[in-house]
Design a protein around this ligand. Structure first.
Ligand code: BGC
Length: 338
C-alpha cells in the first residue's frame, strides 16, 4: 500500500511538472508570435485610454516619408496618441496591402495610408472602414473609397504648375523626358497628367520619353542615362517623385550637360536643395510632408471624438527656384536620421 502511494506521488509530480512546462512553452511561443505582429496588442487601450494609430507609408526608409512620420509623431506626442509607423522597406504594393490588413486585424483606432491604386487600395480601405476603423488617406487620395478624409497635395495641380514652370523657364521650347515614380500609382499619374495638360498648347514643347523609377534614385539615374543615350536631343527633365530629380541630376552632371539641360523635380529633400543651389536642378515642386503627418493625426483624433472633419484638406504646393532659398519653415525639409 505504502509503495502504491509513493508511486502515485511520483506520477502526480510528473504530471504537474509536464503541465507547467507545456504552459510555459505555450506562453513563450505566444509572446514571440505577438511580438512579430505589427500593431498587435493595440486592441488593449492603455490606462489613459490613449488612441493607437498606425501610419503606413509606401516606403519606410524614404526621406520624404520620414518627414511625414516626424510631423505625425509631433502631433501624437502633443495629443497623447500612441503612433506606430510600419510599411514596406521598399515600395511594394502587395506588402503594403498585407500590412494594412494586419493592422486592421489588430483592431487599432485609426489607420493613415495612401490610396496608391484604386483597384488594390479601395477594397482594402473599405474593408478596414467596415470594421469600424477610420481611415485617413495621406499624400495620395483614394477618392472612391470610404476613407473619412484626405490630407495632402492636390497632385493634378502640382503637376500642372510644374508644367507651367517648365514652359516659362524654357521660353516655350523644350524636348522633355519625364521620369515618374510609378506609371500605375494614382498620384504619379495625376502629376504626369497635370504636366501634360499644362504644356499641351505649347507648340515648342515635345514630350520625348516617359520612364518609371520605382521611387528610387538609382533607377531614376539609370533611366535618365538611357534616355540621354537614346535621345540626345532631350534638354529638359521632369521628375515626379522625391528622388527622381536627384538621380537625374547625377547623370546630367556625369554627361557634363548641366549647362544645357533643365531639370524640374518634386520635393525639397536636402540633396534636391543642394542641386538647386548648385544650379543643376532649376526648379522643384514644394510639398508639405511634415504638415501632412501632423494634420493627419489631429484629424484622426477629431474623427475618433466624433467631430466633423473636412473630407479633403490640400496642403500647400508651389514651385520654387534657387532665388527662393532658404526655405522656411525648415521642419518640412530637414531629415534627421536618429
Ligand atoms: C511623393 C510620395 C512618394 C515619394 C517617393 C513624393 O513626391 O509625394 O508619395 O512616396 O515622393 O520618394
Amino acid at each position: 500500500m505504502r509503495r502504491t502511494w509513493w508511486k502515485w506521488g511520483i506520477y502526480a509530480g510528473s504530471i504537474v511538472a509536464l503541465v507547467a512546462s507545456a504552459s510555459f512553452t505555450i506562453y513563450c511561443a505566444w509572446k514571440v508570435y505577438a511580438y512579430h505582429q505589427p500593431g498587435e496588442g493595440a486592441t488593449v487601450k492603455t490606462e489613459n485610454n490613449e488612441y493607437h494609430f498606425v501610419l503606413v507609408p509606401e516606403e519606410l526608409d524614404n526621406d520624404y516619408w520620414r518627414l511625414v512620420e516626424k510631423g505625425a509623431k509631433a502631433a501624437a506626442k502633443e495629443l497623447g496618441v500612441n503612433l506606430e509607423y510600419v510599411g514596406p522597406r521598399q515600395a511594394n504594393i502587395d506588402e503594403h496591402i498585407h500590412i494594412l490588413e494586419k493592422a486592421a486585424a489588430s483592431k487599432v483606432d485609426g489607420i493613415m495610408t495612401q490610396g496608391l491604386t484604386e483597384k488594390e487600395f479601395t477594397p482594402v480601405i473599405n474593408h478596414i472602414v467596415e470594421k469600424n476603423i477610420p481611415v485617413v488617406t495621406i499624400d495620395t487620395d483614394a477618392p472612391t473609397s470610404k476613407r473619412t478624409a484626405y490630407i495632402g497635395t492636390d497632385n493634378y495641380y502640382a503637376g500642372f504648375i510644374a508644367g507651367r514652370a517648365l514652359v516659362e523657364d524654357m521660353h516655350g521650347k523644350a524636348n522633355v523626358a519625364i521620369i515618374t515614380g510609378s506609371l500605375t500609382a494614382s498620384h504619379q499619374q495625376l502629376r504626369v497628367q497635370g504636366f501634360k495638360n499644362a504644356v499641351k498648347q505649347e507648340k515648342g514643347i515635345r514630350i520625348v520619353a516617359i520612364e518609371e523609377s520605382h521611387i528610387t534614385r538609382v533607377q531614376a539615374a539609370e533611366k535618365a542615362y538611357n534616355i540621354l543615350k537614346k535621345h540626345p536631343e532631350v534638354n529638359a527633365f521632369y521628375g515626379t517623385s522625391a528622388l527622381d530629380a536627384i538621380g537625374i541630376a547625377k547623370v546630367v552632371e556625369q554627361f557634363h550637360r548641366e549647362k544645357g539641360t533643365y531639370i524640374i523635380g518634386f520635393d525639397t529633400l536636402p540633396e534636391t536643395i543642394h542641386y538647386l543651389q548648385k544650379g543643376t536642378i532649376h526648379a522643384t515642386v514644394v510639398q508639405e510632408p511634415y504638415e501632412m503627418g501632423y494634420r493627419a493625426v489631429k484629424t484622426m483624433v477629431d474623427i475618433r471624438k466624433g467631430n466633423d472633419v473636412p473630407s479633403v484638406t490640400n496642403t500647400e504646393t508651389k514651385v520654387i527656384r534657387k532665388q527662393d532659398l532658404p526655405l522656411r519653415p525648415s521642419r518640412n525639409y530637414e531629415v534627421k536620421h536618429d
